[in-house]
Every structure is written in C-alpha cells, then in structure tokens.
Design a protein around this ligand. Structure first.
Ligand SMILES: Nc1nc2c(ncn2[C@@H]2O[C@H](COP(=O)(O)OP(=O)(O)OP(=O)(O)O)[C@@H](O)[C@H]2O)c(=O)[nH]1
Length: 309
C-alpha cells in the first residue's frame, strides 16, 4: 500500500511517516497543497490512500482534495480514499472535509492504533471499489461483444460507426462502411449441421480480424451478416481492400472435424465522404450494394452501387 502524507508541519509529517513505514506501507510526502496535488498526479496509478492536513500554505487541504477529485473524474481514474487530519474538531470543518471529497476526518493528535485501524478500513473500501470497477469493465465488454465470434455486436458497431463518421466529417476524410454476408450459408448449415456453421462463422471472423488494420472495426450485424469500417481510406483503396477480403474468405476452406467447407462472401460498400449523410442512410446504401452483389452472382464486391468485380 502506498500512502501520500501531506502536512506542512515537519514534525507531524515525520511522525506519521514513522508510524506508517513501521506498518510496512510505502510513503510519498508533500509539505503544501500544491505539492500534494503534484504528488497525487505523479503517483495516482498506484496510490492507495491520502492523509491530508487541512491547514497548509499555498493551497489548503480542502482545496487540494477538490482539485484531486476533479482530476480523478476527468481522467476516469479509480477513487483513492482521503483522510483529513486537523486540529479543529468543529462540526462544520468535518462536514466541509467530506463535501470537499474526503472519506474520513481525524482530529490531531492521532494515536498510532487509530491511524492503523483507519488505514485498514480505507483499504477495504478502496479494494471493494477496485473490484466493482473491474466487474463493470468486464460487463461493459460483454455487453458490447458478440458471444460467438468475439467481434463487436450490432449496438457497439453502430456506436463506433457514429464516432468514425464524426471524425471523418471533422477531419475531412473519407471512410468505407461495408456489410458482408456469407453466401448460401443455409446450405452450409443444412449440409454440415449448425455447429459446423458456427465454426465457419468463428473461423471467418478470425481471418477477417487478422486482415484488417488496427484502426478498422468489425461487428456482427445479425445472423451471418457482418459490418466492417475502414476509416481514413479512399474509394479506390477501399475497393482493393474489400476485393482482397473476398480471397481471405474463399482462398482456403474452413476445416471442421476433418471436413473442408468452402465459403464465399458478398460485400456491399458505401463510401462516406464527410458530408451530412447520417448513419442510417450510410448503412442502407451499404445494404443496397450487398443486395446487388447477391443478385448479380455473389462472391463479389459492389461499391456505392457500382459492380466492381
Ligand atoms: N450456424 C449458424 N447459422 C446461423 C447463425 N445465424 C444465422 N444463421 C443461418 O444463416 C442462414 C441464412 O440463410 P439465408 O438468409 O437464407 O441466406 P443464405 O443461405 O446465406 O443465402 P444468401 O445470403 O442469399 O447467399 C440461415 O440458415 C440461418 O439459420 C448462427 O449464429 N449460426
């Protein structure tokens, strides 16, 4: 456990440091409010507790903690517990300390046992918060992911599409939004079984994930239909990339329990040029291109309603 002690009185700070190091904890020191904020910023990644004197020069303890809580909120950091230390036992001061973002308030002089007990209770709270934050991030990831293929689900894909369209608009860049759908997939299921169909979806997504750039996004829109976003790409580059994706799908069969299953895909691509078009209309254009690809023979890319292969 790493603890920041902020106190302008050298003897108080050194005594606290002595108590705390004896308990086996690491200590970072500050002798005024500004230094406390600086140390908080520098050590926030592994700081477990702040012991903050109230009366200090430059910035007092309450204002320093308000600043720390703002930083924490802006940078979406974990909550680090703060205990105020003060000679004042006024009820108003205790209330102000908690309102400023403190978690507890101790009246000086502070006994060694009380300090150790308070640190233990703050650590419990910090650990509980950490576990909550971790569980939330797992839940958020699950809520955004397609369970079978591990790519983004439709909701998450559409959110990314909205963000990418905004970036493209602000920076005057073009981007490609594609819908692709495995051809005659019902035949795969009917011939080899649903589990084999699932294995095909998983393998094709694995290949696609390995084929796109880090800035690209893939999502499952439903069934055997997927979406791909290629930000910052010209129309001709998009055409080349999606034509290459046809081969990524079809060049090698998917092997499922010693059976080779050959699959192809049809891809409909709408290029967005940063104009006022909305998400729904862009997806509709891609969908129309996909239908054209299906209608005109499958295993092909149709870009902005023009047959390109
Ligand atoms: N195995 C498996 N099959 C799925 C899943 N989701 C949808 N499907 C199947 O995908 C098939 C889609 O069939 P259709 O809509 O007729 O399209 P298609 O056979 O691919 O034909 P085209 O799209 O016209 O080339 C259906 O058999 C669905 O049951 C899934 O998660 N796993």
């Amino acid at each position: 456990m790493k603890i920041l002690i902020a106190d302008d009185t050298n003897t108080d700070r050194l005594l606290l440091k002595l108590y705390i190091t004896k308990l086996g904890y690491r200590v970072v020191e500050a002798s005024n409010g500004q230094e406390a904020i600086d140390q908080f910023i520098e050590h926030s990644h592994d700081l477990d507790l702040v012991l903050m004197d109230v009366q200090m020069p430059i910035i007092n303890g309450f204002d320093a903690v308000k600043a720390m809580r703002n930083i924490q909120e802006q940078q979406k950091q974990e909550w680090i517990p703060v205990i105020f230390l003060s000679a004042s036992a006024e009820e108003d001061d205790v209330e102000d300390g908690i309102l400023a973002g403190g978690d507890d308030y101790l009246i000086k002089p502070i006994g060694q046992k009380v300090l150790a007990a308070k640190m233990l209770s703050m650590k419990r709270i910090a650990d509980m918060r950490r576990r909550l934050v971790e569980s939330n991030s797992v839940l958020e990831r699950l809520a955004a992911t397609d369970y079978l293929t591990g790519v983004a689900n439709r909701r998450s894909f559409e959110m990314t599409l909205g963000k990418e369209m905004q970036v493209a608009k602000e920076q005057g860049l073009s981007m490609a939004c594609a819908m692709f759908d495995l051809d005659k997939f019902k035949v795969v299921n009917d011939t080899y079984g649903h589990d084999a169909g699932d294995a095909v979806l998983v393998e094709i997504m694995k290949r696609m994930k390995a084929s796109v750039r880090d800035i690209d996004s893939i999502g499952r829109l439903g069934g055997e239909e997927f979406g791909i976003l290629l930000p910052n790409i010209s129309e001709s580059e998009a055409k080349d990339t999606f034509t290459r994706f046809l081969s990524v799908v079809s060049d090698a069969p998917v092997v499922y329990e010693d059976t080779e299953i050959a699959v192809t895909t049809s891809i409909g691509v709408a290029v967005y040029c940063g104009d006022d078009e909305d998400k729904k209309s862009l997806l509709k254009r891609a969908d129309e291109c996909l239908y054209e690809a299906k209608d005109t023979g499958r295993n092909k890319v149709v870009l902005n309603s023009r047959v390109t292969s």
